[in-house]
Write a new protein. Sequence first.
Lengths: 290, 367
Amino acid sequence: MSEAGSMQPAERRLSLLVTVLAFALPVLFVLVPLAIFLGYSFFSVDQGTIVYGLSLGNYVRFFTDPIFLPVFWNTIVLCVSVAIICILLAYPAAYFLTTLKGRWRYALLMLLLVPLLMSYVIKIYAIRSILGLNGFLNKALVAVGILQQPSTLFVFNMNAILLTLTLLLIPFAILPIFLSLERIPQVLLRASDDLGASGLQTFLRITLPLSLPGVASAASFVFVLAIGDFLTPQMVGGISGFTFGRILYSQFGTAYNWPFGAALSVALAVVVIAAILVGERFGRNRGTSI
Amino acid sequence: MNQNADLLTLRSVSKSYGTVPVLHDIDLSIKDGEFLTVLGPSGSGKTTVLRLIGGLEPLTSGEIRLDGQDISRMPINKRPFNTVFQDYALFPHLTVSGNVGYGLSVRHIQRKEIVRRVAEALELVQLGRFADRFPAQLSGGQRQRVALARALICQPRLILLDEPLAALDLELRRQMQEFLKSIQREIKTTFLFVTHDQEEAIGMADRICVMEAGHIRQLGTPHDLYYKPNCEFVARFFGENNLVAGKLGPAHGELRSIETALGRLICSISSQPHLKAAPDGASAYAAFRPEALHLVDGKDADNRFSGTIADLAFAGSSTVATIAAGIGNAAQRLRLRVPSRVDGSALKSGETVSLSFAPHEGHLVLA
């Protein structure tokens, strides 16, 4: 007892340190950079040097220039499509996983998550060679007779970006859906059976609604990751596959217009934050704890 | 409803999980309209019986008949039974009325009809005001009542209750016991209630089925089980009891003697033909309740023996004395229950006392 008492001041100092760190680190490494970004978005560039005078010029340009808004909108549509396709593919996979027993379930889950351990760039290269004009996909489609000759339908365009992002991000959709499905107590499904529901009714009325939080977080995950990605569009998009991420990248890289890039980032951040909030809103379940 | 008709019959029902048998050849008839409690310690197979009847598990062998029709292979969602699960299993994303109306809405009953019957069911369980709440916003006792309303709204032939009061505190459990019993009387539906709590069983059941190790040990009214246990397990499990081992002596009409370390004891065997038929010298126990024992002064009482008070425990309305009786290998610990007195117990620790019980309050069980 006395030992614990003498430990107390040291413990209190440690817990104080931990508390300070817990608040300071996110502030220092997340909020401060974001604030700097926000500040930069009100500056401008004159002949390669940044002019530190506040103006709304960057935002006016973003909203008035006919280039940016359509790309912005198309990118949002693309990423929403990626999220939807990922959910549609991931849900059955995750559901199937939860029907497996014991060791198989986790072995298979690990297999599905293995791609996350591989380098992003290598995966993109691999997918690019699959999608190419002489790639596996075209050859397979020709071989089974669906296509007469190799098609350019998914070579260096928006479709290629859509397919690639979907493939790359699907593990991020499977995991939260799997977890939300797994967390549904089996007794609820038995209770539904017991009350006379058919298998389909139990799925539609119990399983599906209770897994929606997982679906919502999966969707916002995939959407946020997709919309922030510039590497994938750069590598598989070709000329026609132009996304907002690429514009952003070019502002910081080739154009060296950091203030305008920062303003575009702010526009993107607004969408990302909105997506996260929506995901969070639907992800919250009314009184899940029984 | 005909109280004597069998609603449900289990015929030589067995169940194994893999190679582990949990039920051995169970025969059980449930009468229409009765409150039947299945009582047993954990691992006795009592919950398995309920799960087999409800269709949550398939039988390994045997059959279950409802009104004489074999329903062993009938899928769970077609059986006219509903279950109140141990942890209620309320749907967290549905309101109280959503939960209660679930069984009707999956049967595509008209919305107006559902609303009316949900209101009725909630009225019955006194939860009318809580229709729009979610389960997480309710207390344990309220959830319990929602689970009950959800089960009875489908007008099942049989309601299965799987230790539904286990999670409640003592006071609430008492209230719920009375409540369940009164609801059962009101809707006249057959209840099959599983519990490990013998006090709960005594208070609620019309009949009790005592199970142990996958066997039914005894089936009867609480009174029968208390006063005429048919085996050592029931005699020990069901209420506090004193058991003294011995060899059976001759029978005289409704009484039979048994030679024990405490001397010759005489016990009742009325309407228990198997005790009348048991041969002389067979191993058996004399069983008598702590409250049947009393202190005696005279030497002429039946079933008289002496012992030393080893311990006294005050238990509110009564005081329980632990008595050391007999000597050496034959030493026995017995319990004596006497009404408590405001000026302290008349008993003193270490005192030697003479005890006795009336022959008709003692009974015999075969070892």
